[in-house]
Design a protein around this ligand. Structure first.
Ligand SMILES: [Zn+2]
Length: 157
């Protein structure tokens, strides 16, 4: 069955080189994500749909060390035993910063300033048995397997 995106209008899908779908205020130039009708900076309502840059740099990161609350506690998170993963904020140049799961990070964890690009990853299975995908960021360098788990945890996932 064809995978489905976790939400409409969040990222380009299907797409081998996915990009986040955001907005740009035509009055002050501020970017927003996800796409919405109002600009938080100037209060303008003329926000036009725009594709965000696919690549950026890691601005900060942390690891998720406990099970989050709904709706983020789907199959992806609800492994038994619980396995932590990385979460980061990526700065898309000239646009904005976006928080997402980090996948395929090197041993020792991600590094601030690391070049990252937008990818999609399986998140859960819906009631019709379809795979539901969400977006994530992965390091630009290398061809590491896209595992959402932290190094060491991935070995027995
Ligand atoms: Zn604005």
């Amino acid at each position: 069955m064809t995978p489905v995106p976790i939400a409409d209008d969040l990222f380009t899908w299907p797409d081998d080189e996915p990009r986040l779908i955001g907005g740009r205020c035509t009055e002050c130039g501020t970017h927003v994500f996800p796409l919405r009708t109002g600009c938080a900076k100037c209060g303008g309502t003329a926000v036009e749909r725009t594709l965000l840059a696919r690549s950026g740099t890691l601005w900060t990161w942390t690891s998720q060390g406990f099970l989050p609350k709904a709706p983020f506690n789907g199959e992806f998170a609800a492994t038994d035993p619980f396995e932590p993963w990385f979460v980061g904020v990526v700065e898309l140049p000239g646009q904005l910063r976006v928080e997402a799961i980090l996948v395929g990070c090197p041993e020792g964890g991600p590094a601030i300033g690391m070049p990252m690009r937008t990818v999609t990853m399986p998140f859960r299975t819906d009631e019709d048995g379809r795979e539901v995908v969400t977006f994530a960021f992965t390091p630009e360098e290398g061809d590491m397997p896209v595992s959402p788990r932290t190094p060491g945890e991935a070995d027995h996932a």
